[in-house]
Design a protein around this ligand. Sequence first.
Ligand SMILES: *Cc1c(COP(=O)(O)O)cnc(C)c1O
Length: 427
Amino acid sequence: MTLPAFFAREGRELMLEGVALNEIVARFGSPTYVYSRAAITAAFAAYRDGLGNYPGLICYAVKANSNLAVLDCLARLGAGFDIVSGGELQRVLRAGGLAKRVIFSGVGKTDAEIEAALGANIRCFNIESEAEIEKIAAAARRLGVVAPVSLRINPDVDPLTHPYIATGMKESKFGIAHADAIALYRKAKAFEELEVVGIDCHIGSQMLDEEPLIESLDRLLDLVDSLAAEGIALSHIDLGGGLGVRYRDEQSVAISEFVATVTKRIARWQALRRDTSAIELLLEPGRSIVANAGVLLTQVEYLKCGSKNFAVVDAAMNDLLRPALYDAWHDIVPLGAPGHGAQKRVWDVVGPVCESGDWLAHDRELEIAPGDALGILSAGAYAMVMASNYNSRGRAAEVMVDGGNCYLVRARETIDDLLLGEARLPM
Ligand SMILES: *Cc1c(COP(=O)(O)O)cnc(C)c1O
């Protein structure tokens, strides 16, 4: 098994950026999420390298991992942010992100969220329906401002991924049907409270092939031409996120090569147009920035052997939902030498939650003893953000390593945190 970048073995010890992960368990307890600043920085740099001199903005999809330190790290690198709620907007601003680099996606933006985003003066709303055009225009009128908008178009391209994370097909709840695009651009253009600035799509996640994205790009560029012919000039094209990562043995798309392919294709299209004003490229990567920058540390509590062997660990589906939700694979590795009396067997790694769906891995050969610590790899994206308090379990701590240093970036939840806001009956 190959470890993700910035992970290494020193003897039996698993290190992340030179910090022994066993020491993090000793210091901060278990379960704990750990993120590598260097890995996040490298993934972001790959996107930027791909852009080269082409005008563009990499808008990190906050929902993949919204910890303030992760956002802070990306804000310092000059990232933009793709948000899907008012809460994510607040996180970006509190992490030092610039509103001028925020784009707001999502099918269900409320009046309060739209007004907060207008008040903050974000860069653009990605509109997902006809009704949303009216809702944003009305909010802008109330506030006496002009809202910059883009329409999220459903290119109806199959991303060839898990059905729960395919978002760009005709049957999807997301985006505006390709066939309705022109009519809705005309409609948006007619509102003086709206400034139509862009076009976007986001067709799915964990895509291991660039072909569906290139096909979507071509479909959007065709629309940009048709719109230009009607006098609707767009200044950016946003291809969404969705590049896949290696969880097990997947061959992921090389980020900078992919981005360079996209910019070259746009430049070629541009060269054939009469309109020479450059169109800016926006991307909304989430998973490919953070997934392999994170690891969930957990400890073995019990070993139960029988017709099936179970390793019961202290992390559970409430900490990492992806196996239960998507049947997802995460590599699991020991953090150090096996403890006294370790047994080498094939284990189902499960949590203590009272659900048969509470599993983290099936059929893994591991040599382990109770008390041993394990690392669940590729846990930087869609992991802590989906954590819950099911079974009244406090959410895990989060730590960021940076060179030889490590920082607690979210304290483990206590029972008082869990009960905050709850009350008994008055009598
Ligand atoms: C989730 C999401 C993304 C990020 O997708 P990844 O697969 O994590 O890169 C980008 N844009 C929108 C609109 C999303 O909903």
